[in-house]
Design a protein around this ligand. Structure first.
Ligand SMILES: Cc1ncc(COP(=O)(O)O)c(C=O)c1O
Length: 384
């Protein structure tokens, strides 16, 4: 049976061109980028080329990019930076990724005020002026708001928020992990001071990512013990994976430039999938905003179904999706994002996320639609 992978928000399978670049780097870049000999220089050149590609993808300067082990580390470093550089409450939303919420909780436990702004039943944060009003009343000092939610795909108005925050002297961090490569992301247009991204959401290997920090904003070193990354992150660079990240950034930039002429084909595939699901199960609820969303993400709540069981049954039928976010998969707790939308825990457990990627075709979506009714019938929780 042909496998159908619809879990790009959890991890994008490695792009074949990226794979070639990684293998070549494993072969050719054996030196330590910090060494002055020729082998070291070759590894250094490969890392710096990757940095230029990542910077270009988000409209930054190379010197503003610090490579990390992924967005989790970038988010941790960003929040430590905000906590050290500002006073007053750190303002975020209830639907951020755990790699933002957990460091904020640790910072809060040390006595710093944190405001977590609620979302509405569609999973959208308040209008920027309202959110900033809440922040002002809480005595805000800085903001951390994601560009797109990884579970629903909903987009948040970060550019407007960052402009309002800047006018008040508050810096803004943005976790752009799910959006980078799927939408044009430009740090100048967004006006943010710090931004996190991840390699494996882009078709690069897992274990690499980056933190953008505006030139006048020195990020706190998250890992001490080395001069690497200009003293911001100790430990030798993961050269082959970074080469992969650079290649993935280059490919994403080219694809996004092409999509300026014609919109992403993924949005049409995603909408075809939703139309088919609504026809198969009219009581299904679309938990992704109808318009303000990533082109590739569709979060659906199925009635009388446990999302984890549906996920396992779909897997048996060759289909890979997520119930909640992958990072919490395996736990029976419903997603904090869906709960924040006011969905009762029992219903929230019926949530499934389909996330598409660039190689998908209508053929893949039709194959998924073809297999879905039987899996749903098999999964339904009997009502006694
Ligand atoms: C919104 C968001 N932020 C951060 C992360 C963490 O990224 P990484 O796996 O690179 O640590 C993820 C991963 O799913 C994510 O979706």
């Amino acid at each position: 049976m042909r496998r159908l992978y619809f879990d790009y928000n959890a991890s994008a399978p490695i792009d074949p061109h990226v794979l070639d670049a990684v293998v070549e780097a494993l072969r050719a870049c054996g030196g330590n980028p910090s060494s002055v000999h020729r082998e070291g220089q070759r590894a250094r050149a490969a890392v710096e080329a990757a940095r230029r590609h990542v910077a270009a993808l988000i409209g930054a300067h190379s010197t503003e990019i610090t490579f990390t082990s992924g967005a989790t580390e970038a988010n941790n470093a960003a929040l430590l930076t905000l906590a050290a550089a500002t006073e007053g409450a750190l303002v975020t939303t209830l639907v951020e990724h755990p790699s933002v919420l957990a460091p904020l909780a640790a910072i809060e436990a040390r006595g710093r005020a944190v405001l977590r702004v609620a979302v509405d039943p569609l999973g959208m944060i308040p209008e920027p002026e309202d959110l900033i009003g809440q922040a002002e009343r809480a005595g805000a000092g800085a903001l951390s708001v994601m560009l797109a939610n990884n579970e629903t795909g909903n987009l948040f108005p970060v550019a407007r928020l960052a402009a309002l925050a800047r006018a008040r002297g508050w810096p803004t961090h943005c976790d752009a992990t799910p959006a980078v490569g799927k939408l044009p992301v430009d740090v100048e247009a967004l006006g943010v001071d710090l931004l996190s991204l991840s390699g494996h959401k882009l078709g690069a290997p897992k274990g690499v990512g980056a933190l953008f920090a505006r030139a006048d904003f020195e990020p706190a070193a998250a890992i001490l013990g080395g001069h690497q990354e200009r003293g911001r992150r100790g430990g030798p660079e993961t050269v082959p994976a970074l080469v992969g990240l650079g290649r993935a950034a280059e490919i994403a930039a080219r694809r996004l430039a092409d999509e300026r002429e014609a919109p992403s084909p993924l949005a049409a595939l995603r909408d075809a999938l939703w139309d088919a699901i609504a026809a198969i199960e009219p009581r299904a609820v679309r938990q992704t905003h109808p318009t303000l969303c990533l082109p590739n993400t569709l979060n659906v709540r199925f009635p009388d179904v446990d999302g984890e069981t549906l996920l396992l049954n779909l897997d048996l039928d060759g289909i890979a999706v997520s119930a909640g976010s992958a990072c919490t998969a395996g736990s029976l707790e419903p997603s904090h994002v869906i709960l924040a939308m006011g969905v009762p825990p029992d219903l929230a457990r019926g949530s499934v996320r389909f996330s598409l990627g660039p190689p998908h075709t209508l053929d893949d979506v039709l194959a998924l639609i073809d297999r879905l009714p039987a899996v749903l019938a098999r999964t339904r929780t009997p009502r006694w």
